[in-house]
Design a protein around this ligand. Structure first.
Ligand code: ZN
Length: 243
């Protein structure tokens, strides 16, 4: 999820997209992939529920409420569409893991011991990163996935993941994104969705893609991040293809 701080062209377009976004009242239960979105999948998890946990020392109680609400957005959708909750969060409010300072990052996640010969055997951790952010200050959050190609299969298998939220350049500074909006977008990546459009494909993207959770940028009104928390039609139709 990128901020629009260095992508100012997205600001006006995003306003238009939100203004035109339909209110989602029905759950879409069919798999629908538009021809320009066929490559916009990261993979899928061979088993579910997908175990999630937050780093034990990182998040405040109010932040955990927002993270839990984001998880429930996807769980409610899959419950309505497929009859199961995709994400496992453990006991109330959220499972926690204390990594003892051994932070799993983009560079190390796929080589960690959590990737075992028999498959993923640990929880996907959600971190708030206060220092050492190396992905660029315009990036508000980043999810790293480890996909494995399966011969003859439509989608690659995801075997590990980590979500990092940029508290170095946001939240503690003048810019305050909506945490729930950020996390629900990153959870879309964790379950296997790429963005609704990428790069040049976003230049003239239709409202359907701009109003999607998985649109790659989210703007600010002044210093306050815009709110985009609901799983949109395009998100739902694509997610239905993965599970
Ligand atoms: Zn993203």
């Amino acid at each position: 999820m990128k901020s629009v701080r260095t992508y100012l062209c997205f600001v006006g377009l995003l306003v238009l997209g939100l203004a035109c976004a339909p209110k989602v009242t029905d759950v879409y239960k069919e798999c629908v992939v538009n021809t320009d979105q066929t490559t916009l999948f990261k993979g899928h998890w061979p088993q579910h529920p997908i175990p999630l946990a937050v780093e034990a020392v990182d998040f405040s109680a109010s932040e955990l409420v927002e993270v839990q609400a984001a998880i429930e957005k996807w769980n409610d959708f899959f419950d309505s569409s497929k009859g199961f909750k995709l994400y496992l969060t453990g006991s109330s409010p959220l499972a926690t893991i204390n990594s003892g300072g051994a932070r799993v990052t983009r560079g190390t996640v796929c080589s960690q011991t959590i990737v075992t010969p028999s498959g993923f055997s640990n929880s996907i951790k959600i971190y708030k990163t206060r220092s050492g952010w190396t992905y660029g200050s315009q990036v508000m959050a980043l999810t790293s996935l480890c996909p494995v190609t399966v011969s003859g299969a439509q989608f690659r298998n995801l075997v590990a993941a980590v979500m990092e939220i940029n508290y170095q350049d946001y939240f503690s500074t003048s810019l305050h994104p909506d945490l729930q909006s950020l996390v629900v977008h990153e959870l879309g990546h964790i379950l296997g969705l790429d963005h609704s459009c990428n790069g040049a494909g976003c230049t003239d993207a239709p409202d359907e893609y701009r109003s999607a959770l998985m649109y790659p940028a989210l703007g600010f009104d002044g210093t306050i991040g815009r709110v985009k928390r609901d799983v949109g039609m395009n998100d739902q139709q694509r997610a239905n293809c993965l599970y």
